[in-house]
Write a protein that binds this ligand. Structure first.
Ligand SMILES: Cc1cc2nc3c(=O)[nH]c(=O)nc-3n(C[C@H](O)[C@H](O)[C@H](O)COP(=O)(O)OP(=O)(O)OC[C@H]3O[C@@H](n4cnc5c(N)ncnc54)[C@H](O)[C@@H]3O)c2cc1C
Length: 571
């Protein structure tokens, strides 16, 4: 199995493009050491589980979930090194690392076995939510255990009748007094609803307190432990929470996707009553960027896998008529490999830019917060779509062998498919971007984004060596500004905006990734092999996608002006 943690590239980005703000002991040299060490462990102890994870999967046996056998040692090794607590505050048992370092680690881990990475990601997001909104007792009890990996956390939101539309959630909560509630109901699709690696699982659950109004406004947020606890958190008897079935899925076989039931399960309210959904967004936002980061992590391994194969597979003749030659010498194979690398590396840079903005937002920078909110759905949706496209190209590079399970390439394709679905389906991310983040904001955050792009265009205006990527970026920014005006002119949340939302998200992602190529190619970095590769890929991007923005903008205009066109096409 080929695994590429892309450590060198993450460190290069943090040094030269999405610069890391100094945080106490976490200067860039320390961060480089941290990432190299984590990548070594990921390669040695986690990546080798991927094949078994996919083949054996998690199983439900006698009412408990049994994870693939190799997971135990990998989980123990990861936690013994302390990586699960990397970004949690030191006072809660973590290492207090800045968010961009955690972001790089999230991507690195996803490139091993996405199923395993999801268990750790869910717990991390749960810890972030508890740290932000839970009472002091819950923080003191749960955070050190989540940091050490002794406990896990899940997000339990989806129900059979309530997917995208959380307002349809029916799980009920009956007050028991002193902030405690008895929850009853059934959730579906809950990742890691149970597993055999931790002594406790905290289910962060959306439910409706008896008598609360319908819709999202009546929802409250609870921490529901799998096992009852004593005052010190020691797990005891069952708490009326159990898994009754696991889904059989296209991919992600290691991850137990559970039907999770609550029967008068005792839970603790987080935050005020009826404010569940806004609070949960702390977790969802982080998980959505995690999806984008996971997408680039998985794509990196798919690229490495395809490149290794293309260097060895001998077929056909070279330009001199001699052969057979390695297929990496054929222009069409080179096209596919370049496309895979260019999408992955610009996606990585964009996700790290979002991570940089989140880090600034945590310091109270309002513009950075608005930009991070704008880029979150873009990273979630565009990078997950691209990971699937990259994985598909990886299969194509391997020809018929790529379609065979033994090749390892088709796992990337199956596993990556879910990234466009969970944490809010991609179509809904596009609506979030177009309506909430652009229309309702009057285009202010998007204006700040295009202003940042224009500042870089001006800064690098005289660089003749960057002319091609500069021109592609200038055209993409202009088209994005035009599309923003078209969107603002349309009725807020109206049919035109909803119809144009996806092409608008694609245009935004394209403009952002072209901007990333300009920044990477123009980076003030040593003139070495990395910079040379970045410049070559930037030239490829400009040549291949230099006119793509016009097509995206045309689709935004067509859909905004005639939202009926899709329905008409189906008549
Ligand atoms: C492997 C896996 C793991 C998961 N893990 C978890 C988990 O841990 N916790 C959890 O709570 N959930 C989890 N989910 C659920 C996941 O978040 C939902 O599947 C997702 O939010 C979409 O809901 P749905 O499947 O009901 O699709 P639907 O809401 O039925 O949507 C179907 C389609 O319609 C579109 N659509 C729906 N509403 C609109 C609208 N208003 N406007 C435009 N388009 C719309 C969607 O974009 C989508 O394409 C998981 C799902 C999977 C597959």
């Amino acid at each position: 199995m080929t695994y590429d943690p892309a450590t060198e590239d993450f460190v290069w980005l943090l040094r030269h493009v999405t610069a890391l703000r100094p945080h106490g002991d976490f200067d860039i040299d320390t961060v480089a050491q941290v990432l190299e060490e984590a990548a070594r462990l990921a390669a040695g102890a986690v990546a080798p589980i991927a094949e078994e994870s996919d083949r054996v999967g998690s199983k439900l046996e006698n009412g408990r979930v049994v994870t693939p056998p190799m997971w135990k040692d990998a989980y123990a090794a990861w936690n013994a090194a302390g990586w699960q607590g990397l970004a949690l505050p030191e006072e809660h048992g973590g290492m207090g690392a800045p968010f961009p370092v955690q972001a790089a680690l999230t991507a690195m881990l996803a490139g091993t076995d996405l199923s395993f990475a999801m268990l750790l990601g869910g717990s991390r997001a749960g810890a972030a939510l508890i740290a932000a909104h839970a009472g002091e007792d819950m923080k003191a009890l749960a955070l050190p255990k989540l940091a050490s990996g002794e406990w896990a956390a899940t997000i339990a939101m989806t129900e059979a009748q309530a997917g995208t539309d959380a307002g349809l959630i029916q799980t009920r909560a009956k007050p028991l007094g002193e902030g405690k509630y008895a929850l009853s109901g059934s959730k579906i699709f809950i990742s890691n609803g149970d597993q055999d690696l931790t002594e406790q699982t905290l289910h962060i659950t959306l439910a409706r307190i008896e008598g609360a109004e319908g819709g999202t406004r009546g929802l409250s947020l609870f921490v529901v432990p799998m096992w009852k606890m004593d005052g010190d958190g020691a797990p005891g008897a069952a708490n009326g929470v159990w898994v009754s079935a696991l889904e059989e899925k296209m991919g992600l076989h290691g991850s137990p996707t559970s039907v999770l039931n609550f029967d008068k399960a005792e839970g603790v309210l987080i935050g005020p009553e009826h404010s569940g959904l806004p609070l949960l967004f702390t977790m969802l936002n982080e998980m959505r960027l995690d999806v984008g980061l996971s997408a680039v992590g998985l794509a990196a391994s798919a690229v490495a896998h395809a490149r290794a194969y293309a260097a060895e597979r001998m077929q056909g003749r070279g330009p001199d008529g001699k052969g057979p030659v390695a297929i990496e010498n054929h222009p069409d194979v080179q096209r596919m490999l370049s496309l895979m690398a260019a999408l992955t590396e610009s996606g990585r840079a964009l996700a790290m830019e979002a991570a940089r903005l989140i880090d600034l937002a945590e310091e109270g920078d309002g513009t950075a917060a608005a930009l991070a909110a704008l880029l979150t759905p873009v990273c979630k949706a565009a990078l997950s779509d691209q990971a699937f496209a990259v994985a598909s190209l990886g299969v194509q590079v391997m020809g018929g062998h790529g379609y065979v399970v033994e090749s390892g390439a088709e796992r990337f394709l199956r596993d990556s498919r879910v990234l466009a679905l969970y944490e809010g389906a991609n179509g809904v991310q596009a609506i979030d971007l177009a309506v909430r983040k652009v229309q309702k904001d009057g285009g202010a955050a998007l204006g700040a984004l295009t202003a940042a792009m224009r500042a870089d265009l001006e800064r690098l205006d005289r660089r003749k060596d960057l002319a091609a990527v500069h021109s592609a970026a200038a055209s993409a920014v202009a088209e994005l500004e035009g599309a923003c005006h078209a969107l603002i002119a349309a009725e807020t949340g109206g049919a035109g905006a909803l119809a144009a939302a996806y092409p608008f998200l694609e245009l935004t992602a394209h403009a952002c990734q072209t901007w990333m190529w300009l920044r990477m190619a123009g980076a003030d970095a040593p003139d070495d092999a990395v910079l040379a590769r970045k410049r070559a890929l930037a030239d490829f991007w400009a040549g291949y996608f230099g006119h793509a923005a016009e097509g995206h903008y045309a689709r935004v205009r067509a859909a905004a002006a005639n939202p009926e066109m899709y329905r008409a096409a189906l008549s």
